[in-house]
Design a protein around this ligand. Structure first.
Ligand code: WTA
Length: 660
């Protein structure tokens, strides 16, 4: 774990420049500390004050936090609001109707712009279309869409009528679509014919058809299909309807459905340590509050800013920092359809130059891959572009190694722009530990300090605080408004996963290891402590990949671990026992490819193992337990120095050293 050690030993400090401090909403450390103190003294009152100031309520709430059903916490529960009203109507009422809400940058570089007024019309018409299809408040709607204005419209339209969306990343397989439809009991799917990525048109709709055809999806009554490319697309009579037909003749006006603050805004499936992906359920009021506050405090968004978050709407980052946060703040944002390397690796920088982006938010993997690309193709290096519009940079999804941080800081930010390294999770709704750009001195590789009001701490396995300078489990000691409400349909799993009794039952367990700097108290995230991998910032459960592998008829047994990878952070390494005899080297290559494609079909291409190794068995203790720590060492290519005396079959370690 060399990158993590270098994160922990990092000593460079970058205080915010005076010019940044002066203009910032949270200006200077004293302002940050004052907010923390306010939260400390009256926790529920702190959040209530902010919820009143930043969210528009149809009916004001009278109670801030309700802990009576802990850990099923409720916030602002008797307040009523509508999230889409907060993102659209209220901006128009404030005079921003003609302001550009979204600049859409298509894969091929075509640009279209849409104002707040126009966006509201599109959301209202689509919301009416959903209602005309019989979709109503509380219904679950699966969204399987490419990056597009329509993807945002679909989400906002669900919010407008109180339907609960569940967005599935367009890279997930038909089987994943089926599982999520079933788990959520979704009544409709919104999808598109194809998606455009890197100059290619890739069919999307067939995965919906195949997923539904796999069975158990009788809840689906309607499939609405947006025509992205006009490519071949099968339509099922009586079930499928084109977006344009569904919206034709619908009114431009749709009264928002006023919902209670706790009404679920969305489900988003994410990987956990065991079993199938879990449907993380978020609220309307608390979630929206945190989306807004983090836009204002972490990104210091200002009225004239152009904001760009490069995430996909299929991930939580796209939910909070594309669909909801920027719009709720009346910002102008970029929605980007393409990939960072098409037509070449200068695409991000060119797009920043073209649209004069002020705030840019991306993932360490993207930065690392562009560093490499810039070395191989010097014309794509950021120095060839005018990036002077940039004011603030952000990083999310995985630890950023100090080398990548420095490169980002110097080459993209011109040593002028603070980098906010934002630690958070699907479950947390928004940023949890992050610098505030006009306050926090930066240390490369550290996400620094908790967002005001977030009671982040590090504890040992019994839930007791550990000293600064020592590693432990990252927890949050108090509930916060944007936190996960439950796992859809499985409240017990919610309790067990996030509030385990070993830790006292009242601490939110993030699932990450972390430590605080002995002097400054700055947090460094050391990575997941459970069986969750982080590949290019995408969360994958080792169990999910294992069960995909063993469902292949050739496979008898499989174990999956992560290993460090320079580019993707972690890489997936699978150890496989076949039903047949151990394959020859040549056979092994063929079978490995077959298995990769199989996993691609079962879960999605992002879950394909990079390394596959075949053995006659897996290293097991005499009681039959797979020794994963040995597999981790093997995956890394380390010499095995551990005690292997408890191993039933030490001979197979040699077999498992070789990649297929
Ligand atoms: C990791 C993405 C280090 C972490 C928003 C977490 C990070 C998981 C950071 C959540 C960061 C996210 N530094 N690690 N700044 N941000 N992580 O649910 O392991 O897709 O638990 O949410 O990503 O991934 P998720």
């Amino acid at each position: 774990m060399s990158s993590i050690e270098s994160n922990v030993t990092e000593t460079r400090v970058f205080p915010p420049a005076d010019a940044v401090v002066k203009k910032a909403t949270i200006s200077g450390m004293a302002a940050y500390e004052a907010l923390c103190k306010e939260a400390d003294q009256d926790y529920a009152g702190f959040w209530a004050r902010l919820a009143r100031e930043h969210v528009s309520w149809k009916q004001p709430f009278t109670k801030s936090l309700d802990e009576s059903k802990a850990p099923f916490y409720e916030w602002f529960a008797d307040g009523k609001l509508n999230v889409s009203y907060n993102c659209l109507d209220r901006n128009i009422e404030a005079g921003l109707g003609d302001k550009v809400a979204i600049i859409f940058e298509a894969d091929g570089g075509q640009v279209s712009k849409i104002t707040y007024k126009e966006l509201l019309v599109r959301v209202a018409r689509f919301a009416n279309a959903l209602k005309a299809q019989g979709i109503k408040k509380g219904d679950r709607v699966l969204i399987y869409m490419p990056m597009s204005v329509e993807g945002v419209v679909a989400m906002q339209a669900c919010a407008r009528i109180g339907a609960i969306h569940s967005v599935v990343f367009g890279g997930f397989s038909a089987k994943s679509v089926q599982e999520r439809i079933q788990d959520a009991g979704a009544v409709a799917v919104i999808t598109s014919d194809e998606q455009c990525r890197g100059g290619k048109n890739i069919p999307l709709k067939p995965a919906v058809d195949d997923g539904i055809a796999m069975g158990g999806c009788e809840s689906i009554k309607t499939v609405i299909v947006f025509k992205r490319t006009g490519g071949p697309c099968n339509m099922v009579a009586g079930r499928d309807i084109w977006w344009e037909d569904a919206t034709a003749g619908q009114s431009d006006v749709c009264e928002p459905e006023w919902v209670g603050a706790e009404h679920p805004l969305f489900l988003l499936y994410t990987s956990g340590s065991t079993g199938k992906p879990k449907g993380v359920q978020h609220s309307s009021g608390g979630y929206l509050l945190h989306a807004i506050l983090t836009m204002k405090w972490t990104f210091d968004i200002k009225p004239d800013d152009v904001f760009w978050c490069t995430a996909d709407i299929g991930w939580v980052t796209g939910h909070t920092y594309i669909t909801y946060g920027p719009l709720a703040c009346g910002a102008t944002e970029i929605v980007f359809e393409g990939v960072p390397t098409y037509p070449d690796a200068g695409r991000f920088w060119k797009t920043i130059e073209k649209h004069k982006v002020n705030i840019f938010y991306t993932a360490p993997t993207a930065i690392r891959s562009l560093i490499k690309a810039g070395e191989n193709a010097p014309t794509t290096h950021p120095k060839n572009f005018d990036l002077s519009s940039l004011r603030i940079l952000g990083s999310v999804g995985e630890p950023i190694n100090p080398e990548a941080w420095m490169w980002y800081y110097n080459n993209v930010g011109g040593a002028r722009c603070p980098i906010v390294d934002t630690f958070w999770q699907t479950e947390t709704g928004g940023h949890m530990i992050t610098p505030l750009p006009g306050a926090t001195p930066l240390v490369p590789g550290s996400c620094t300090l908790p967002f005001p009001g977030i009671a982040a701490a590090i504890v040992d396995e019994t839930g007791n605080d550990v000293e600064w300078g020592k590693g432990g489990f990252l927890v949050v000691k108090k509930p916060w408004p944007a936190m996960i409400r439950t796992i859809y349909g499985d409240p017990e799993r919610y309790k067990k996963s996030y509030f385990p009794v070993d830790f006292g039952g009242n601490l939110y367990l993030a699932g990450d290891g972390a430590m605080r700097d002995a002097k400054t108290g700055y947090f460094t995230i050391m990575g997941r402590i459970d069986d969750v991998l982080n590949v290019s910032g995408h969360r994958m459960g080792t169990m999910e990949i294992e069960s995909a592998l063993v469902s292949n008829p050739l496979v008898a047994e499989a174990a999956v671990v992560g290993r460090p990878d320079d580019l993707t952070g972690e890489a997936i390494c699978a150890f496989v026992v076949l039903k047949q005899a151990r394959p020859t080297a040549e056979e092994a290559k063929k079978i490995a490819n077959e298995l990769r494609n199989w996993v691609g079909k079962e879960i999605g291409p992002i879950a394909k193992p990079k390394d596959i190794r075949f053995g006659e068995n897996l290293p097991k203790t005499r009681s039959g337990k797979i020794m994963r720590r040995l597999l981790r060492s093997l995956a890394k290519g380390e010499e095995i120095t551990q005690d292997v005396s408890t191993l039933e079959n030490p001979g197979i370690l040699d077999q498992l050293k070789q990649n297929a």
